[in-house]
Ligand binder design. Structure first.
Ligand SMILES: [Zn+2]
Length: 343
């Protein structure tokens, strides 16, 4: 099969369009012929080695994918060759206490597809049948692949972990990143009022089209935490979606008493100083999460399939040009998800 892989970690030029043995589906696995994959920042960290996570070389990146079942191993039931499916990239072991309790993203032996395990920049992938979900007829594979990881992550953070309720206010730091644009839509769907801080007017236009109620352009307004504070009548917001990290001091100032700070990442860097006084005096909760559970995946994919949520799409590239797709992501030029068409 054709894949894009790297034999050593490094810059964009380590990515090769190459032949690789087609995998055999093992017990409990299906073989999926991929039609679309989507890029995530983890693809860049895995390729460069900046995440420090050990990968098996040669490595095939890619967490997101959608396609058609082309074969199945033993002990698989309920699926047929030809079924259209989207991949849930959370690989829980399936039998530890966390997995049994339905918290498979807290599995002690958890893996992310495309990070520690070879991923979706490939014509075929063998994957546990518990990690696929059916795509209804007529729904584009590209939309499903683009939505999967980011909507799953945002849903788990805002709804399952964050407990967002109708009538609450939510501040999202960032307008167009995959998880942020998913968070804006999910917060609106949940009945919240949504404030968005974005880096420029173009990105905020996208946030507005997704339903954001209040837009703050930080290129024009450095003191955005104060602006949000005044916009909320000096109350602050109930929930801050902060996947930047270095913005935590401002997020604490912006939160209302009893507020929750949700975080699934740290695009601004992992280490920063915080003032503990804000946490206890304002009764703040800091809630971290990573990816989502199998139940979350089914819930959020159904909302995508019925049109209540929608992935924002940027450019699409053929698999052979994955290098250029990663270059675009690395340069931060995209307004939405970058995808690969396979086959
Ligand atoms: Zn487990």
């Amino acid at each position: 099969m054709k894949v894009v892989l790297f034999r050593t970690q490094g810059g964009l030029d380590v990515l090769e369009y190459s032949d690789f043995p087609t995998p055999e589906p093992g017990d409990g696995q299906v073989l999926v012929k991929l039609e679309a994959a989507a890029l995530n920042r983890v693809d860049l960290w895995t390729r460069s080695g900046s995440s420090g996570i050990k990968v098996e070389l040669p490595h095939i990146p890619g967490a997101d994918g959608a396609g058609v079942i082309a074969g199945q191993g033993a002990c698989v039931s309920g699926w047929n060759v030809g079924d259209r499916v989207v991949i849930n990239s959370n690989l829980g072991c399936g039998h530890c206490p966390a997995c049994v309790a339905g918290k498979d993203n807290q599995c002690r032996n958890w893996h992310l597809l495309g990070e520690t395990v070879r991923g979706t920049y490939a014509e075929f992938i063998a994957i546990p049948a518990t990690n696929i979900y059916p795509i209804p007829e007529g729904f584009p594979a590209r939309q499903a692949a683009a939505a999967a990881l980011v909507f799953h992550t945002a849903w788990h953070s805002l709804i399952t972990r964050g407990g967002l309720k109708p009538g609450e206010s939510v501040l999202v730091l960032g307008a167009t990143g995959g998880v942020n644009s998913a968070s804006i839509q999910i917060a609106k769907l949940a009945g919240a009022t949504v404030y968005v801080v974005g880096s420029n007017a173009e990105k905020l236009t996208v946030a507005e089209s997704l339903g954001a109620d209040y837009l703050i352009d930080r290129s024009q307004d450095e003191n955005w935490s104060k602006t949000v504070y005044y916009l909320t009548g000096k109350r602050g917001v109930d929930v801050v979606v902060d996947n930047v990290g270095t913005t935590f001091p401002a997020s604490f100032r912006t939160a209302a008493k009893g507020g929750r700070i949700l975080t699934v990442g740290n695009s601004g860097g992992p280490k920063f100083e915080i003032d503990n006084r804000f946490i206890f005096s304002k009764h703040l909760s800091i809630i971290g999460s990573s990816m989502g559970t199998r139940a979350d995946f089914a819930t959020v994919m159904d909302l995508l399939f019925t049109g209540k949520l929608k992935a924002v799409l940027d450019r699409d590239y053929p698999l052979a040009e994955a290098r250029f797709a990663q270059e675009r992501l690395e340069q931060g030029e995209q307004l939405g998800k970058i995808t690969l068409t396979i086959g």
